[in-house]
Ligand binder design. Sequence first.
Ligand code: DAH
Length: 345
Amino acid sequence: MNFDFANIQQQIAEDKNQIASVQDLERLRLKYLAKKGIIAELYAALGSLPPEQKALVGKNANIWRQELEAFIAAKKTDLAKAAPTLGGTAIDVTLPGVALPLGHAHILTTVMEDICAIFEKLGFAVVEGPEMETEFNNFDGLNIPPEHPARDGLDTFYVEIPDPAAPGKKLLLRSQTSPMQIRVMREHQPPLAVVVPGKVYRPDAVDASHSFMFHQIEGLLVDKDVKFSDLKGLLTSFCRKFFGTDIRMRLRPHYFPFTEPSAEVDISCYLCGGKGCSVCGRKGWLEIMGCGMVHPNVFQAVGYPPDVYTGLAFGLGVERIAMLKYGIKDIRLFYDGDERFLRQF
Ligand code: DAH
């Protein structure tokens, strides 16, 4: 039998070069040093060899075995040193990872997005405004002068920052999203149609249905010849899309300083369908928003000629709508951050 020593030698060298992991190292050991490995084969062949070859093959086999054993031991230490560790303990990066639970949007965000999406389809643009406002935009421009009783319920958190545009006046946390009416009209000429989602602040004591901070969506559409019937049609479309086609809507006369005429919007109770139950307080109707035709004084405040343009406006409380739609009894649940509540939506 003839042994190609050079070939075996070269093969060992190549195999050693390929080693990149503990697994490769084990494959190398099995190939050469295992019971049926190449070195074992050489030893097994010794008995049938002529004496002059026997010595040479035996010598080579011994050298390769020792070399390979030394190489494997040294490489094992090197690989262990290079392996990733955490606080000194080796970690196996090939183990399957721990999957992080996927989060999702907060229910209030989802409801706001759903509402805005309906109005976007009807041609409205979604715009946002600052939570810190001027007294003018929050009150005066909206036809709520300083002595007006409507300020009481809305009078809010003033900030120790002077209004750069009005000497002696301070900025405040807006108590409604309506001031964005003023900002939008000052920046754009009609025709325009916007919805404004955002946070508002009021000096209200917190209970099951009140919070010092909550979310509103304001709507404003200005053009020539906008009529009250447009307002009614628009809001009917919205209610059907958001609450379902079997819902009925009614407008109830009301007062808001920045609209004339003004109305509150009710929908038939989703629970009793209008018969009267504990959810609707036996009325059969649930109030969901305020609305009206833009007051000429508001147009005057922004420099629009009131005899040329008419407009419709509406404002809704997001928490209230979400509570009605999903049967949520306590507004504080939205803000507590309790995952058992949040995961339901
Ligand atoms: N800003 C009112 C509020 O906070 C809601 C509102 C009512 C907005 C009627 C409007 C509107 O634009 O026309 O109570």
